[in-house]
Design a protein around this ligand. Sequence first.
Ligand code: ADP
Ligand code: MG
Length: 228
Amino acid sequence: RLIEEINVQKKELIGMLAANTAHEIKNPLTAVKGFVELLELSYDKERSNPHFSIVKSELDRINEIVSQFLLLGRPTSIIGEPVEITTVVKDILIFLKYELEHYNIRLISSYPEQPLYTTISSDQLKQILINLIQNAREAIPPDRQGIIEVKVSQQEHIFLSVRDNGEGMTKQTINQLFDTFFTTKANGTGLGLPVTKNIIETNGGTISVESEVHIGTTFIIQLPNKKD
Ligand code: ADP
Ligand code: MG
């Protein structure tokens, strides 16, 4: 019990440190990016240096890590107005579908007939779907006809699932999946799933995973139903 308590406190402390540091990094980072862009503009086209694009994309990467950090540190979410989940998911998938087409991946989605309300905000829902669908995309080998399926359904709770036919995961990976900084990718951050889990749990939901090596992976999210 004591260990459990220490772990909770540790998590809160890390979260707070992460969020504060992330916040402090964001402003100077934005300034640096802006000035690099100005600097590039002051060059003639012919003299323009390819190093600029490297600097800019590395800055984008730092920005991405820092943004995830901010989400990780957020302890509780303010319970907002109920949103209708199908409408929000459809909106988000419009632009993700477009991106997936570049990777030759088909995005399939299905929805319940009746409207379903939950208190998770549309920004949070967007972050969750971006993280899960990015992982799904990265798990699909380029020589496979990729399919990602997003499904909204209702039983007692609201279900949202994201399924892919990618490389799947070993038991060992499944066990560490939600650990902060756990990654199997050469340039992964290991922050996508911890952030996703944090958002879902602060909204009173749960996330679980089913996966089989070479066959694919399904993430299953349960969210409280706020209509009743
Ligand atoms: P990152 O994507 O930066 O590695 P994540 O927290 O998003 O960090 O994911 C952690 C790890 O979980 C990944 O490195 C990968 O090994 C595994 N993983 C997550 N989603 C999938 C998926 N859909 N298929 C296979 N492996 C996955
Ligand atoms: Mg990821």
